[in-house]
Ligand binder design. Structure first.
Ligand code: TYM
Length: 344
């Protein structure tokens, strides 16, 4: 940790690339709301459209997905008065700081990122965009342009957050300053890695070709119940303790989802359901999931009918964000040696 004390500030982001799903909700959104309500932090939440275009996005789809994601944030409980809610490209300092970080981070660091390796595995990496390679540097800029101290994410983002710490450390070291905080990842709770409903060894993901593998935040009650009914399981009844789930990835996933939705620990869920069959557990899970998600999905569609309101919220969010980001970028430029006054 650095010596300087920083305002406790939370930052996190989600890509507006379609199909917001239960993994995003439990691993990220629900926890964003918890941190907003916990008090003691300023909270900044972001739709990362500049990250989305590191792979091809149809422009009309991107615009729709960005507004839909904004509706998803609000419908899940993000209050644009309590939190700063923004679209990344509307706050230009993210991209400006990312350029500075492109000059701090090393090619080798980027090449070791497992998400880069996964996304290019079996494909021609030479044909991937330069933006996809530099993706984690922009992510570090998202966080550090706010001097954010805490970043709630799912487990798949852990390595990117370690890289964010490396970039902050190298910048501070190279320029002999104590300017960027060493951010703490917040990867907590029962659902930091929600798995596919069809295959317990694969992460629930928006890019899975099987729609039955995930619960989308726009699914209606029938679709949610059906996907849970059809979720892959094994023939054994549920165990009475968490250790009994070790070799049962599908069962573990459903119990984790139940625990996260109901604000319980896995042991509490197994205390209630241990020894019972999936034919009893699945309907209880379906009822819980519908009770949580159906109101969010109907609120999302209500908000989507009022896109001007969404756009107003994002414009206001960007104004508030820039009160934080503009001075941090200005100071960064001074540290680096840019001749000022710099037009911001
Ligand atoms: P993205 O858009 O892929 O996912 C958004 C958030 O959802 C979490 N998540 C999951 N959590 C549990 N189980 C799953 N199956 C699951 N799938 C996704 C992710 O961990 C993430 O927290 N690079 C980021 C976006 C980003 C960002 C940032 C995040 C850009 N800048 C700065 C934090 C801070 C991403 O692609 O997330």
């Amino acid at each position: 940790m650095t010596e300087t004390s920083f305002t406790p500030r939370v930052f996190s982001g989600i890509q507006p690339s379609g199909n917001l799903h239960l993994g995003n909700y439990l691993g990220a959104l629900k926890r964003f709301v918890d941190m907003q309500e916990a008090g003691g932090y300023e909270t900044v939440y972001c739709m990362v459209d500049l990250h989305a275009i590191t792979v091809w996005q149809d422009p009309a789809d991107l615009r729709r997905s960005t507004r839909e994601l904004c509706a998803g944030f609000i419908a899940s409980g993000i209050d644009p008065e309590k939190s700063i809610l923004i679209n990344q490209s509307q706050v230009p300092e993210h991209a400006q700081l990312a350029w500075v970080f492109n000059c701090v981070a090393r090619m080798g660091w980027m090449g070791r990122m497992t998400q880069w390796k996964d996304k290019t595995a079996g494909k021609n990496a030479e044909a991937a965009s330069l933006g996809l390679f530099a993706y984690p540097s922009l992510m570090a800029a998202d966080i550090l342009i706010y001097h954010a101290t805490h970043v709630p994410v799912g487990e798949d983002q852990k390595q990117h957050l370690e890289l964010t710490r490396d970039i902050a450390t190298k910048f501070n070291h190279d320029y002999g300053v104590d300017f960027f905080p060493i951010t703490e990842p917040v990867i907590e709770g029962a659902a930091t890695r929600v798995m596919s409903l069809r295959d317990g060894s694969k992460k629930m993901s928006k890019s899975d070709p099987s729609d039955a593998s995930r619960i989308n935040m726009t699914d209606d009650a029938d679709a949610i119940a059906k996907k849970i009914r059809k979720a892959k399981t094994d023939p054994e009844p549920l165990p009475s303790e968490a250790a009994g789930l070790a070799e049962r990835p599908e069962a573990r996933n459903l119990v984790n989802i139940f625990a996260a939705l109901n604000g319980q620990t896995v042991d509490q869920v197994l205390g209630d359901f241990g020894g019972r069959a999936f034919s009893e557990f699945k309907p209880a899970l379906a009822e819980l999931a519908v009770a949580h998600l159906a109101p969010i999905s109907s609120e999302m569609s209500r908000l989507m009918d009022n896109q001007d309101e969404i756009d107003r919220i994002l414009t206001r969010g960007a104004e508030r964000a820039r009160e934080i980001t503009a001075p941090i970028l200005k100071k960064t430029y001074e540290i680096v040696g840019m001749v000022g006054p710099v037009e911001l």
